[in-house]
Design a protein around this ligand. Structure first.
Ligand code: FNR
Length: 371
């Protein structure tokens, strides 16, 4: 279909499935085991309903916000996804340039197909970028990467904590990355690669399963960047992060690619918000500890639900990959334009003129149980 026929972020997935190379589709779309969590991620939003307010003069609505102190044209950032060139020769640069055009923030992945410096060099001088970190067993390598990121102006470090070992993504594993495969896979890795079990496993063998809470002080000692844990999945760990002075958490199950039957980030958000209030008297959102959600976000209404419940912003992954793999740069422009249009309409219909006016009373999350 022509790009003008694309009406929602869901549409990009249907197109991508047909036009993307098989290996790329397998890597981007796959999730762990039976993919139950992957399906649940979007489905969980279906359990939350709106309580709109009327008669509020919504002529002007503004959905811009700040994320870790940085302006963003919407409460959405581009989350880290590895191997951007599998779907399009420009890889992550598609995302970097689109982020600049639309005033949003990109989180650069450790396992990008483009080199880190290529990505930073493609950004505008004042463009805000975050960095997603996989921690290497060899901490000297991690230290070098983190300090280089800070020197290049990266504004926050998102340490991925849900992947001590990579999940089994069987769709991807069936696509063997053969030894002679000239793909991006070996370039992205930081050590030995085993190419017999799909792209994901080939590049991940350097990740340290020994990473623990005790390591976080070390991160604090090597960088001044805000530290956010990506992949927190219950209130206990969120509270631990808060008590240890971290700057935030991403409630995420890695797009369903790690532990199958992990709950969705939006569901976890409900208990995190309730328990922080009960145990620490915290009412989100607060500036000193920001909570993010990712997984299955496909509509501005999904984002608005997360904001109402206390999240600062949400991450979106696959839809942008599908958009640029199918239509190049114009595809991401279209995806972001769709989101902007959806924000305008839905904020009007909800009766909130600003992000601050999207309050907890505007959602009914009583279908979600608090553990
Ligand atoms: C990811 N994700 C991810 N996360 C991370 O911390 N490091 C990584 O290298 C990757 N790589 C990656 C590749 C691909 C192809 C996907 C789809 C996802 C997880 C990502 O940051 C995020 O948690 C999910 O993608 C969010 O779900 P949606 O928006 O894709 O449904």
């Amino acid at each position: 279909p022509r790009l003008s026929e694309i009406l929602s972020l869901h549409d990009f997935e249907a197109v991508a499935r047909r036009v993307m190379p098989e290996k790329a589709w397998a890597y981007y779309s796959s999730a762990a085991d039976d993919e139950i969590t992957h399906r649940e991620n979007h489905a969980a939003f279906h359990r939350i309903w709106f309580r709109p307010r009327v008669l509020r003069d919504v002529t002007k609505v503004d959905w811009s916000t700040t994320i870790l102190g940085h302006r963003s044209s919407m409460p959405v950032y581009i989350t880290a996804t590895a191997l951007g060139k599998l779907g399009h020769p420009d890889g992550e640069l598609n995302l970097t340039r689109a982020a600049a055009r639309h005033g949003i923030i990109q989180m650069i992945p450790t396992l990008a197909s483009c080199s880190f410096d290529e990505i930073v060099n493609a950004a505008r001088p004042d463009q805000v970028l975050f960095f997603q970190l996989y921690v290497n067993k060899d901490r000297s390598i991690t230290k070098r990467i983190v300090q280089h990121a800070e020197a290049r102006g990266i504004k926050a470090l998102f340490i991925t904590v849900d992947a001590p070992q990579l999940g089994r993504r069987e769709k991807d594993m069936r696509q063997r990355f053969e030894a002679e495969d000239p793909s991006e896979v070996s370039k992205a890795g930081q050590g030995n690669t085993d190419r017999s079990q799909g792209a994901a496993r080939a590049i991940s063998s350097f990740i340290d399963p020994g990473l623990s809470w005790a390591d976080l002080d070390w991160f604090r000692s090597i960088t001044k960047m805000p530290l956010v844990l990506k992949g927190v999945q219950c209130w206990e760990d969120a509270l631990e992060a808060y008590d240890r002075g971290l700057d935030g958490v991403v409630l995420s199950n890695h797009g369903g690619r790690q532990l199958d039957f992990a709950r969705s980030g939006i569901e976890v958000l409900v208990e995190v918000v309730a328990k922080f209030k009960e145990k620490r008297g915290v009412n989100f959102p607060i500036d000193t500890f920001q909570v993010f959600v990712d997984g299955g976000v496909r509509r501005a209404t999904d984002v608005i639900k997360a904001i109402a419940l206390g999240a600062t912003a949400v991450g979106i992954g696959r839809p942008f990959l599908y958009a640029y793999s199918s239509y190049g740069a114009e595809g991401i422009d279209k995806a972001l334009q769709i989101l902007h249009d959806e924000f305008e309409m839905n904020m009007r219909l909800l009766g909130s003129r600003t992000i601050r006016e999207i309050v907890p009373e505007m959602v009914d999350a009583s279908n979600i149980h608090i553990h």
